[in-house]
Design a protein around this ligand. Sequence first.
Ligand code: HEC
Length: 130
Amino acid sequence: MTDLRLLSALLLVGLAPATALAQQRDSLPPGVTPQMVAQGEQLFKGPGLCTACHGPDGKGIPNLGPDLTDKQWLHSKGTYQDIVKQIMEGVPANKSTTGLVMPPKGGSALTDEQVKAVAAYVWKLSHGSK
Ligand code: HEC
């Protein structure tokens, strides 16, 4: 009996760090669901028009739009809330690091809900294991 308890205690100790790591890797910001990330990808690559300047995989296009998959954020700390706000407002010429402008919502007709989904995808681009 004692042996068994010791064994399970040891097992728990051994497994805990692995579980914590997996959770950390997969966890999304509060309010963000995997469905939003999936929907956001469709919008990013479709009606959101984002790929026109940020490239088909969000890695950026020279002289059009910056890489969104790296950990370097030009205009914010890159939190989920930051990204939502950024997409809503775009980047006016006087704030752009390159003089290139991003219109609000990328010039697309996305609804505010859709912007939240696109932001979930953009967040995942730079934080995810994908
Ligand atoms: C007309 C081209 C264009 C389109 C379309 C566009 N962007 Fe941008 N985006 C830019 C430019 C230009 C910047 C700012 C570059 C700079 O400051 O040097 C930018 C910046 C950003 C940033 C901030 C990056 C950072 O490092 O802080 C995010 C996030 C972003 N865009 C997301 C999107 C999303 C999502 C869409 C689609 C809804 C989109 N963009 C559509 C051109 C575009």
